[in-house]
Design a protein around this ligand. Structure first.
Ligand SMILES: *Cc1c(COP(=O)(O)O)cnc(C)c1O
Length: 234
């Protein structure tokens, strides 16, 4: 994709974010755009960076290891948004600024231990991925188990738990996804109340439903195809 096309896409997404924020009486700066660049080549990431994008999400440790060498000069924030196996935790802790898909205590412990002494002692930001639908096979912690995990993760000295993330079911009509977004926000509010601390981040909303997510309080949206175009099957 050429620079012009990508810039147009990015401007279009930024306009949609601003419009959704306005509709919800929120400020557009309350919403951080994360460009999900999985399957896209390093050049596409550089092009998006040149067009102004500063947050990127990748879903696989190995894929990002292959691309990052070509992008080391970019002052961007790199998020891992995909499921992380605990045997890759140490690598991920050194490669990303944020792991947005934490859903397991052993994984959290490994990330914290690996971060010890790395990256100038800066804590690794993490988000707890919550399973907002019933289906057992999906990743994410169950809502009823979230409070327990939040307390345990908060006790780990090299992680900074900033909030919650969810991947709701893909439903064509974005309006149908709204209850899932609302569930995540309600859970975040309940956790903040019962644990007496502010969890500010709500990472929710993708290309086809991020406007609804913003109306429901998203502070970060993860947008892939609407910026980079369709992903070619691997
Ligand atoms: C791929 C992906 C996205 C982006 O999806 P699009 O529909 O292309 O916007 C967002 N979040 C996660 C976790 C993803 O894996």
């Amino acid at each position: 994709m050429d620079l012009k096309q990508l810039r147009d896409n990015l401007l279009g997404v930024q306009d949609r974010i601003a419009a959704a924020a306005r509709k919800a009486a929120r400020k557009k700066d309350e919403v951080t755009l994360i460009g999900v660049s999985k399957t896209q080549p390093a050049e596409a990431i550089r092009t998006a960076y040149e067009a102004g994008l500063r947050h990127f999400g990748e879903n696989r440790v190995q894929e990002w290891e292959g691309k990052r060498a070509a992008l080391g000069d970019l002052q961007a924030t790199w998020h891992l948004v995909g499921h992380l196996q605990s045997n890759k935790a140490a690598r991920a802790a050194g490669l990303f600024h944020s792991v947005d898909s934490l859903d397991d205590l052993v994984l959290a412990q490994r990330l914290s231990r690996a971060r010890d002494g790395q990256n100038g002692e800066r804590k690794l930001r993490v988000l707890l991925e919550v399973r907002v639908e019933e289906e057992e096979s999906k990743s994410g912690v169950k809502p009823e188990a979230a409070a327990g995990l939040v307390e345990k993760v908060s006790a780990l000295s090299h992680l900074e738990l900033a909030g919650l993330m969810c991947i709701p079911p893909f439903l064509k009509d974005a309006e149908q996804v709204r209850p899932y977004f609302r569930r995540l926000r309600d859970l975040r509010d309940a956790l903040s109340r019962t644990l007496g601390r502010d969890f500010t981040v709500l990472s929710m909303g993708m290309s086809h439903d991020f406007e609804v997510a913003i109306e429901e309080g998203a502070t970060e949206v993860r947008v892939g195809t609407a910026i980079f175009g369709s992903r070619t099957a691997k």
